[in-house]
Ligand binder design. Structure first.
Ligand code: HEC
Ligand code: HEC
Ligand code: HEC
Ligand code: HEC
Length: 105
């Protein structure tokens, strides 16, 4: 009985760790739009600064990447959304919000 409990506990711990790692998403995402300098987005750093995932993942993290939907077809292009969502927050936090804050050579 005790052995079974321990095994179940280990499976539970291991399973939980794998799920958490998978659900955290990428550490950084590099956007390389064809007509503008690339944007390096520090995803894990933003997770620490912005406690609620839904601030960005508005319909839930399980729905996948933003660009899957924001392709200009299913939903408005991602660029239009980020320029509002990302920049507005930076503005309210008193950070620079000029183009070069995000777009770097
Ligand atoms: C400041 C905005 C922001 C916050 C806050 C945020 N994310 Fe993300 N997340 C993104 C962006 C942007 C991407 C990349 C989307 C893309 O590649 O189109 C992403 C990608 C992901 C992915 C990969 C999706 C895929 O299928 O490629 C996962 C998983 C994820 N985030 C989980 C989380 C979790 C969990 C939290 C909260 C702890 C969180 N994110 C908080 C903006 C954010
Ligand atoms: C499953 C599809 C889907 C995914 C995934 C998705 N979106 Fe959306 N999003 C939509 C739809 C549909 C709308 C509403 C129609 C529109 O604005 O084009 C929307 C609207 C928005 C809006 C405007 C919200 C408002 O209140 O006006 C923002 C900002 C946004 N999305 C950003 C993001 C970001 C950032 C991600 C990734 C972290 C993301 N979306 C992931 C489908 C999606
Ligand atoms: C809800 C608030 C919020 C949202 C939404 C947000 N950010 Fe930020 N971002 C911050 C804060 C706060 C910092 C400053 C972090 C610091 O200085 O430690 C920051 C910093 C940055 C930096 C500078 C990082 C560095 O150290 O060079 C970049 C680039 C950036 N954000 C890109 C983005 C992009 C792209 C998005 C949208 C996908 C986004 N951010 C959405 C709050 C936000
Ligand atoms: C908060 C970060 C941020 C700021 C500030 C910002 N951008 Fe962006 N920009 C992005 C992201 C993220 C994308 C989306 C890249 C993608 O969809 O792959 C993007 C995409 C673009 C694109 C699309 C290019 C293409 O080839 O599709 C253009 C053009 C652009 N930005 C111009 C600007 C200009 C001009 C400014 C200043 C007025 C600016 N951006 C400020 C984050 C930012």
């Amino acid at each position: 009985m005790r052995i079974i409990t321990v095994v179940v506990f280990i499976v539970f711990l291991f399973g939980a760790t794998v799920v958490i790692i998978a659900a955290e998403g990428p550490e950084t995402v590099v956007f390389e739009p064809p007509m503008k300098d690339k944007v390096t987005f520090y995803h894990h750093a933003h997770q620490k600064i912005v406690p609620d995932c839904k601030t960005c993942h508005h319909n839930g993290v399980d729905k996948g990447s933003c660009r899957k939907c924001h392709d200009g077809d299913i939903a408005e292009r991602f660029m239009r959304k980020t320029h509002v969502l990302c920049r507005n927050c930076h503005k309210t936090k008193g950070l620079p919000y000029g183009c070069v804050f995000c777009h770097k050579k």
